[in-house]
Ligand binder design. Structure first.
Ligand SMILES: Cc1cc2nc3c(=O)[nH]c(=O)nc-3n(C[C@H](O)[C@H](O)[C@H](O)COP(=O)(O)O)c2cc1C
Length: 158
């Protein structure tokens, strides 16, 4: 049975939201139920939702998560819930001209979720705004590959 997917979006100027919309379309094409939640006002309790999670966030400041993701990230760091039941993916947006902090927003979530016991499915997508690919195209291609991994994991578990 294909699990539903919740996409959690951290964004400053809307690019991550655009990517999430595109990714949602790809994932829904496989018949999955997909919901996008902006990270504003979220807390650690969101991980009680059934199904899989996809974090889609950009990077700002000095390798920080966007403003709308800060309270959510802090809550996770403070409460440190056991996320052993959580399976997730990460799309991080950044720009390689920020050499030292490239895509650090997505990496921060990735490392924290893993430290809390969650298991990432597939590799993280780190999208480079200075690279040749549009973020929504890179996200859609990544999502198609991710779907294959989800299907394989669910079949193995069945
Ligand atoms: C003021 C500013 C600071 C940024 N800082 C970083 C950074 O530290 N590391 C990084 O990889 N990208 C950084 N970026 C690039 C953004 O993360 C990237 O352009 C992203 O696609 C924006 O997505 P959003 O519209 O969803 O916020 C920065 C961009 C701006 C405008």
């Amino acid at each position: 049975m294909a699990q539903p997917i919740t996409i959690l979006v951290g964004t400053m100027t809307g690019t991550a939201e655009l990517v999430a919309d595109e990714v949602k379309g790809v994932l829904e094409g496989s018949g999955r139920k997909v919901e996008i939640l902006a990270m504003d006002h979220l807390d650690a309790g969101v991980f009680a939702r059934p199904g899989l999670f996809l974090v889609c966030t950009s990077t700002y400041g000095q390798g920080d998560v966007p403003d709308n993701a800060q309270a959510f990230l802090s809550d996770l760091k403070q409460r440190r819930p056991d996320l052993g039941h959580v399976r997730y993916g990460v799309i991080g947006l950044g720009d390689s001209t920020y050499f030292d902090t490239y895509c650090n927003g997505g990496r921060q979530f990735d490392e924290l979720l893993a430290a809390l016991g969650a298991l990432r499915i597939g590799e993280r997508l780190d999208h480079n705004a200075s690279g040749p690919d549009l973020p929504e195209d890179a996200g859609a291609a990544w999502a198609a590959d991710w779907l294959g991994l989800l299907d394989a994991a669910e079949q193995a578990a069945a």
